[in-house]
Design a protein. Sequence first.
Length: 191
Amino acid sequence: MKRVAVLWAFGAVACGGGGDGADTPDAPGAAIEVAPEVSATPIGKVTAVSTRDSHTCAIDEAGALWCRGSGFRSQLGDGGANDQPRPGPAALPAGDIRSAGAGGSHTCAAREGALLCWGPDFHGQAGDESMIDRFAPHAVGGITGTVAAVAAGLDHTCAIADSRLWCFGRNDKGQLGAGPGPATAIPKLIP
C-alpha cells in the first residue's frame, strides 16, 4: 500500500491510503483530511510536507514539525519507536523549521540554519559518523554554511547550504551525485 500526501493551497493535508487511524486501508485514491480535530494536539496550517513509504512529516505555519506513520525505527522524532496513526510533534523546539525530509525510515529537518537528523543510520543517512541509529534528533556536522533545504531518499540525505549541495548516506547507485561508491556518514560537497 502506498501513502500519498497532498498539500492544498490553503494549508490542509490530505492522505490517501491511511491517515485516519483506522486499521483497514482506504479505498484506492480515497482522500482523508488530517484536520486539527483528528490530532490530539491541533496542527496549524501546513506549509510543507514530506512523505515516504512509512511516514509523513509536515511543517506548520509556526515552524513546528509534525510526523505520523511508522515509528519502529524512531523516524517520527518523538523519542519513541511506536507507530502513530495521528500527527504528533517531533521532539524539536518549535519554530524556524524551514524544510524536512522523510526518508526510507529516517528523517531530517533544517532548523535555524543547521541540519538535524534521526532514525536508522546503517548507511550514514542520519549523518552520524558512528553509523548507529539515532532515536532523537541530533545536529549533523560537516556542512559549511546555512542549511536552507533538505531532502531524504531511501537511505541517503541531501541538503542545500548557501546554494551548495551536500549529500551523505548510501551511494551504491550514485545516489550522492558523484558516481557510485561507498556509503558515507560525513556530508560531502557535491560539485
